[in-house]
Design a protein around this ligand. Structure first.
Ligand code: PMP
Length: 314
């Protein structure tokens, strides 16, 4: 059966091409939506599509919705079932990206959060590599500062907040870099435009704490677990100075889209003074990729198979 995308929209599963919103939709006008990105990773040998930690994404979606006063009237289990149904109907046999989104759906003018009806949708799209994971990428420290918790809370994945990421990403790419690293208002390292950041220092991982205006990444947590359990490497969560980007041994970015991406250069300084991917980053990449593709039985509990899960239920 040929693959074709479906969506869950207005309480029905429909072909993606039929899922359209009106131009007065509140979320479209004011950025009043919260969302997630969940990868489905295709395992050719097993003929299986594995969703990576979808429950954790739905729990984060609930937390984001609470911040934005969006009434997300679906439990984690209900969202899980609908996501599997959309994925199964779409029949992709390649890497995909699934986007659950809770949004202010009323066609009403007026900037506010209260008294505006909400809805929930899911769509799927094929999705290959986002950044080059085979070699280190080139980053700059952005001239744009990360949105502050007292402006648009970064811990909530709010569509409107992504104008901050888009400003930083376009500046970086149009200036010849691959990705932007943003600082907090105080000038400390925060995160990439769509990724968390880790530094390797003296054999340990160091990453900015949740209070430095980051989205608390699910890949970030997975990498911290893999480093601790498989390599005996601890992660320190602490505020990082900008200049530590230039003095540390290795830097990598983590995210659903970015996976584990090595950073080779920041502001024209080779990271760790070396060429190529650093040894700890390389080990974590290998562990992470075998885990997300379903080739590491120890972390099988992080994965939800699309095809078997649906077949078992029938
Ligand atoms: N920070 C930002 C700003 C992001 O958009 C993302 C991607 N969701 C991340 C970090 C990484 O989060 P995760 O590992 O949960 O995808």
């Amino acid at each position: 059966m040929a693959a074709s995308p479906y969506a869950y929209f207005q309480r029905r599963i429909v072909p993606l091409a039929e899922a359209k919103i009106g131009i007065m939709t509140h979320a479209f006008n004011y950025g009043t939506a919260v969302f997630e990105g969940i990868r489905g990773n295709w395992n050719q040998g097993q003929q299986q599509l594995y969703l990576f930690r979808p429950q954790d994404h739905f729990e984060r979606l609930h937390r984001s919705a609470r911040v934005c006063r969006i009434n997300l009237a679906y439990t984690v289990d209900q969202m899980m079932k609908l996501t599997l149904e959309v994925a199964e109907r779409s029949q992709y046999r390649e890497d995909v990206y699934m986007r659950p989104l809770a949004y202010k759906s009323a066609e009403k003018v007026g900037v506010r959060l209260h008294g505006i009806e909400d809805d929930f949708l899911i769509f799927i799209t094929p999705f290959g590599p986002y950044l080059d994971v085979t070699k280190g990428i080139r980053c700059c420290v952005s001239s744009w500062r990360r949105i502050d918790d007292n402006s648009i809370p970064a811990r909530a994945k709010v569509t409107g907040g992504y104008i901050n990421s888009a400003l930083a990403k376009s500046e970086a790419v149009e200036d010849g870099y691959d990705e932007a690293i943003m600082l907090t208002q105080e000038g400390h390292v925060s995160e990439g435009s769509g990724e968390n950041i880790f530094l390797v220092m003296n054999g340990k991982l160091v990453t900015p704490p949740s209070s430095d205006n980051i989205l608390i990444g699910i890949t970030r947590e997975a990498v911290m677990t893999l480093a601790r359990e498989e390599l005996g490497i601890a992660t320190v969560e602490r505020t990082l100075d900008r200049s530590e980007l230039f003095t540390c041994d290795e830097v990598f970015l983590t995210g659903t889209a970015a996976h584990v991406t090595s950073v080779a250069e920041i502001d024209r300084r080779p990271v760790g003074g070396r060429q190529g991917i650093g040894p700890i980053t390389a080990k974590l990449q290998q562990l992470y990729f075998e885990t997300i593709r379903g080739d590491n039985p120890k972390y099988r509990h992080w994965l939800v198979p699309v095809y078997a899960a649906v077949a078992q239920k029938k």
